[in-house]
Ligand binder design. Structure first.
Ligand code: IPM
Ligand code: MG
Length: 361
């Protein structure tokens, strides 16, 4: 019986509810496949601000590094009403998330967007566009670009001015491109590299380095696409995509769009990896403070993120398969949370959705 040490960051908003359901499902998978998970709960984001005045502590970083993987819910609150947003930007909840991504060197963010046969009714696209469905992997660079470049707000001659900097060096581009091609090799062998090379220097370097890396992967097809066109193609013909490889901010935006064409952002899992087996696993969606504590959030993205954790960080592929199958089965059996509900299905809450999936693992 193997035992694994997992750090858990429930976070803010719906975070604690959805993480509780993921743990329930993980424990059931452990029972069935003969492993145990030992959880250490850590504070980050708003919860950490409330306890320590900062969104990320050295202690949280150290404990995360000492674990085999981190399972996270979501962080952040309502920017209009929460006192967290009265703090300076570097002390707000989101700074904690960016800080841990950087501290753990989690440069490769995998966001699989998959249209479940059973959820075709929740997909906002026309049936002829959906066809046999689609299945893409968004590979988002996560520790560079605009998110981590120098930024400041100044006043010059009475005029306020804000500056953000978009920087990439070739090593940062090369390592994410390699990951992208490696993953494409295990899928349908196509990489769409997305940039804005008609305007940005960082994109022209991105394109050049991706081409260089491609030379080592002649069996994988590579195409380049401008980000504005990609945003359009995602709703015009999402079937054309296998792996979408892109920089940090483009990936942030395109992954939300991709999740919506799968029916709901409540379904989109994610894994953030470094050069080792270590990873941080979190749903791609936010903390949805408006529905927090009401037992109506969709826990599936977090449960699928937990399955990714078993697969990528713990090599427990069988258990990961079982969780993914259980999610499919629950959808087939007609259960839906509010965000993916369409006529003729049974509406359930967050906890019940967790129970139903656990029972099918
Ligand atoms: C995401 C989120 C974060 C991001 C926010 C909360 C900082 O939108 O994980 O996609 O922009 O990376
Ligand atoms: Mg986002």
């Amino acid at each position: 019986m193997s035992n694994h040490r997992i750090a858990v960051i429930p976070g803010d908003g719906i975070g604690p509810e959805i993480v509780a359901e993921a743990r329930k499902v993980l424990d059931a998978a452990g029972k069935k496949f003969g492993f145990t998970l030992e959880y250490q709960e850590l504070l980050m984001g708003g919860a950490s601000i409330d306890a320590y005045g900062v969104p990320l502590t050295e202690e949280t970083i150290r404990a995360a590094k000492d674990s085999e993987a981190v399972l996270m819910g979501s962080i952040g609150g309502d920017a209009k009403t929460s006192p967290w947003y009265k703090l300076e930007p570097q002390k707000r909840p989101e700074a904690g998330l960016l800080g841990i991504r950087k501290a753990l060197n989690l440069f490769a963010n995998l966001r699989p967007a998959y249209l479940y046969e059973e959820l075709k009714g929740a997909c906002p696209l026309r049936e002829d566009i959906i066809g046999d469905g689609f299945d893409m992997m968004i590979m988002r660079e996560l520790t560079g670009g605009l998110y981590f470049g120098e930024r400041k707000t100044v006043e010059e001659n009475g005029v306020r001015k804000a500056i953000d900097t978009l920087t990439y060096d070739e090593n940062e581009i090369r390592r994410i491109a390699k990951r992208g091609f490696d993953i494409a090799r295990k899928r349908r062998k196509k990489v769409t590299s997305v940039d804005k090379a008609n305007v940005l220097d960082s994109s022209r370097l991105w394109r050049a380095v991706v081409e260089e890396v491609h030379a080592e992967y002649p069996d994988v097809e590579l195409e380049h696409m401008l980000v504005d066109n990609c945003a359009m193609q995602l709703v015009r013909d999402p079937k054309q995509f296998d792996v979408i490889l892109t920089e940090n901010m483009f990936g942030d935006i395109l992954s939300d769009e991709a999740s919506m064409v799968t029916g709901s952002i409540g379904m989109l899992a994610s894994a953030s990896l470094n050069e080792t087996k270590f990873g941080l696993y979190e749903p791609s969606h936010g903390s949805a403070p408006d529905i927090a504590g009401k037992d109506i959030a969709n826990p599936i993205a977090t449960i699928l993120s937990a399955a990714m954790m078993l697969r990528f960080s713990l090599d427990l592929d069988e258990a990961a398969d079982a969780i993914e199958r259980a999610v499919k089965q629950v959808l087939k059996d007609g259960y839906r949370t509010g965000d993916i509900l369409s006529e003729g299905f049974t509406k359930v809450g967050c906890r019940q959705m967790g129970d139903l999936i656990r029972d099918r693992v």
